[in-house]
Design a protein around this ligand. Structure first.
Ligand SMILES: CC(C)(COP(=O)(O)OP(=O)(O)OC[C@H]1O[C@@H](n2cnc3c(N)ncnc32)[C@H](O)[C@@H]1OP(=O)(O)O)[C@@H](O)C(=O)NCCC(=O)NCCS
Length: 154
């Protein structure tokens, strides 16, 4: 479901089920397309999901303190090649796995984060990258598949 873009609509998302990770917690959610349960989405303080993101919330998703998902980024927590009738389903049974993104991260526009990935603190995911594996803290990853391009001096 896509919520129309209105200002200060945190309360709308909380009615839908989005969780505040801290008691005193302000966050921003643009107008993502979200499939699954809003209650799987844990927003930490000052985190944001910018406009036109796609969020597959079949399992837990955490967006860390001060972390931003830039425009059009995708977070996937599930995979299923169209149920048991599909011949690939023996090879690729339905999967659900959380995505955890740490604090102070910058997930670039149109990046894709695959199910089960954990991203550490202070990471940059370059625009358009596809993150297939866990990312340690303090690095910039880029490309498809995303690889470490540099260690950030912070
Ligand atoms: C990652 C980014 C911040 C650049 O950071 P940087 O520290 O200046 O990185 P550099 O330009 O030095 O690039 C480092 C390496 O990553 C590569 N790289 C950078 N951005 C990349 C991208 N989007 N896709 C693939 N590779 C990329 C560079 O080619 C370079 O590779 P090399 O070392 O093999 O030559 C920038 O490219 C980016 O993606 N910004 C996101 C912009 C965005 O999403 N804006 C939306 C609004 S917030």
């Amino acid at each position: 479901m896509t919520i129309p873009l209105v200002k200060n609509k945190q309360f709308v998302y909380e009615i839908l089920g989005v969780r505040k990770a801290e008691k005193e917690c302000r966050y921003f959610i643009g107008n993502p397309q979200l499939v699954g349960a809003y209650s799987n989405l844990y927003m930490h303080d000052n985190s944001e999901i910018e406009r036109n993101c796609f969020i597959l919330a079949k399992d837990k998703i955490e967006i860390g303190v001060n972390t931003t998902l830039a425009y059009g980024a995708t977070v996937l927590t599930g995979a299923d090649p169209n149920g048991p009738k599909n011949r690939l389903s023996d090879l690729y049974p339905p999967l659900k796995a959380p995505v955890i993104i740490g604090n102070d991260c910058w997930i670039g526009a149109n990046a894709i984060i695959l199910p089960g990935v954990t991203i550490g603190d202070c990471c940059v995911v370059a625009a358009g990258s596809v993150v297939t594996k866990n990312v340690p803290s303090g690095v910039l990853v880029a490309g498809n598949p995303a690889v470490i391009k540099k260690h950030l001096n912070i």
